[in-house]
Design a protein around this ligand. Structure first.
Ligand SMILES: [Zn+2]
Length: 164
């Protein structure tokens, strides 16, 4: 199954950078079992800080999960070195912001949890409220955000296999 990359396209205005901040940043995904094709109904999140042991002493993964349907033990890893900020010069273009190593669990959908997404603007961190569908960045007045007009336009995400 290999690697799957998450590509983001957003319109940034007056924003320097959009990035996943910290070990506890939650990547909300819908995961598919590579064995039987079952897709999780609920959004699940992966965090860098999480680690679960693989059966048989084969190390660990960010998430290890037994498929409810076929009972296959699947796992997935966040590849920490692939996490990249989305910068002003990336605006309007698709950019891979994270890659996942998939061993049975394959992300098929992504929901940006924007209240966690830190916007860095001239050294100040800005928080943006989440949107219900996650596919649209709306003007917002998050708890740390002083300027509600910082975010305009749309953010689009898609998941794509990476070939190396
Ligand atoms: Zn399955």
């Amino acid at each position: 199954m290999g690697r799957i990359g998450l590509q983001l396209r957003a319109t940034l205005e007056n924003i320097t950078r959009l990035r996943a901040e910290g070990e506890d940043f939650r990547w909300y995904l819908k995961l598919k079992c590579g064995n039987c094709g079952e897709v999780s109904e609920k959004w699940q999140y992966l965090r860098l800080m999480d680690s679960a042991p693989l059966k048989g002493g084969r190390g660990s993964a960010t998430m290890v999960q037994k498929c409810k349907l076929c009972s296959r033990e699947n796992s997935i890893d966040i590849l920490s070195q692939t996490i990249k900020p989305y910068n002003a010069e990336d605006s309007e273009k698709f950019k891979t912001i994270v890659e996942f190593e998939c061993r049975g669990l394959e992300p098929v959908d992504f929901q940006p949890q924007l209240e966690q997404t830190k916007l860095e603007d001239h050294g100040q961190f800005q928080a943006v409220q989440s949107t219900p569908q996650g596919s649209e960045l709306k003007d917002s007045s998050g708890p740390v955000c002083n300027d509600s007009s910082l975010v305009h336009g749309h953010a689009l995400c898609h998941l794509t296999p990476c070939y190396f």
